[in-house]
Design a binder for this molecule. Structure first.
Ligand SMILES: [Zn+2]
Length: 428
């Protein structure tokens, strides 16, 4: 170990081939000024000698050091041709210190990419820790992250693919909703990509960019009960069997029940639910799965329905929701199809409320996709994994206005990039 203090300082700075010129301390940061001591380059045009024309000090946010933020001040040399061949002067570069166009040092940029991309931390937190601007951190995450998500080996063959919409943010005075479509490997629980919007165009374009043999390998295509995604699969994956996601099917029954409860509430009381109204008081009990209601809860629910639901419409929808859930206790695809078909017709009985009619029509329209679940052997496992995945992505993503930034962050977080590549890639 050297006893030369300058050499010690260079070791602490941990960068190759630099001279530490000065270390200063301010109230909240350590400033380390360096210059390179690499070989002198040659003129880019004539290949002749160059001379130092100027020096510019450029500041980079670096990794915190000894519990303090740290700023690397790089005294960059501006070189000019000795022969004066007409070549423009140029500033030195050293990717090991900082990549071109980045405002974080290389090591801080890679660290920020892990914090934001892999751990899902907010950009503002990481920026605060580094003493850098929000844009500087996001530029680093995008620069390094883009290479990781574009890695051609990030995903290979997919047997079951799924599309799901996500509300990305609400913008502007009218809180305009911005939507995205997640393209997911249902089996692996991996986010493959994110398309803008929730119509057919984005996902169609994405599928068109994939190799035909890759598309041909997809056997199952999972979707919510949305027309646009059905169109995507009809046109881009005509051979794949479409499967309606059980989560969305049972969720739809819950939504119709809720609509019915609100309507009956309004019609019987003449106002929206208040805390003493029986239908308002039972709203949570209604959403509970029947087997999770104990005897007391059940009695309470029936009592509240007796008081607030004179024509028994909410009760009908409550039963309907439970029957829709029971679709998934069937094991045999043929029996399941019979069951769903009969249920779809029964729900349209003229004695039933309008919400039951709607639910019945939807079930009939989607009955083959609903019962493909029983044939696909797609168990609840992957569905759960996907729902968790989507929740995670939403948590990371919500409020991100810019689609490109959202795509990078969502894919770094849930797209299973190969993080082993991070130390060796060159940022874009
Ligand atoms: Zn020259």
């Amino acid at each position: 170990m050297s006893s030369d203090p300058t050499r010690m300082c260079e070791l602490l700075v941990g960068l190759p081939d630099v001279n530490v010129l000065e270390v200063t301390e301010t109230d909240d940061a350590l400033r380390v000024k360096i210059e390179t001591r690499g070989d002198r380059p040659t003129c880019r045009d004539c290949g002749g000698l160059v001379k130092v024309k100027d020096r510019d000090e450029v500041e980079y946010a670096d990794l915190p050091c000894f519990g303090r933020r740290s700023v690397l001040v790089w005294r960059k040399i501006r070189w000019a041709c000795v022969a004066g061949c007409g070549a423009r002067s140029f500033t030195e570069t050293a990717a090991a210190i900082a990549a071109p166009r980045q405002r974080l040092t290389d090591r801080a940029g890679r660290w920020a990419t892990v914090q934001v991309g892999r751990r899902g931390r907010p950009v503002s937190d990481v920026a605060g820790e580094l003493g850098a601007g929000w844009d500087a951190v996001m530029d680093a995450v995008a620069g390094y992250g883009q290479v990781l998500i574009d890695d051609p080996d990030r995903f290979t063959d997919v047997e079951a693919i799924g599309l799901d919409e996500t509300l990305r943010c609400k913008t502007g005075r009218w809180k305009t909703q911005q939507w995205s479509t997640q393209i997911v490997d249902v089996g692996a629980g991996q986010l493959l990509d994110v398309a803008e919007g929730r119509n057919a165009a984005g996902p169609c374009e994405w599928f068109a960019e994939q190799p035909p043999q890759w598309r041909d390998g997809i056997r199952w295509a999972a979707l919510d009960l949305s027309g646009p995604y059905r169109k995507v699969f009809d046109t881009m994956l005509p051979v794949a069997q479409q499967v309606a996601d059980p989560f969305h099917v049972t969720k739809l029954a819950g939504t119709r029940l809720d609509e019915c409860r609100r309507r009956v509430q309004n019609e019987t009381m003449g106002h929206r639910g208040r805390k003493d109204d029986p239908l308002y008081r039972c709203r949570r009990l209604l959403t509970k799965a029947d087997e999770r209601l104990d005897e007391r809860g059940r009695t309470r629910l029936l009592g509240l329905l007796d008081a607030g639901d004179p024509r028994g419409e909410v009760k009908t929808m409550w039963h309907a929701k439970e029957v829709v859930r029971s679709i998934y206790s069937h094991r045999d695809p043929v029996l399941a199809l019979e069951f769903v078909t009969r249920l779809g017709h029964d729900l349209q009985d003229e004695d039933h409320p309008v919400e039951a009619h709607q639910l019945g029509r939807t079930l009939l329209r989607w009955r083959h996709q609903i019962c493909a679940w029983h044939a696909s052997g797609v168990t609840n496992g992957p569905t759960e994994a996907i729902n968790n995945l989507i929740k995670r992505v939403k948590r990371v993503a919500f409020g991100i206005v810019n689609h490109r930034n959202y795509r990078i962050r969502a894919l770094l977080y849930a797209g299973k990039p190969n993080w082993d590549l991070l130390p060796t890639i060159e940022p874009r």
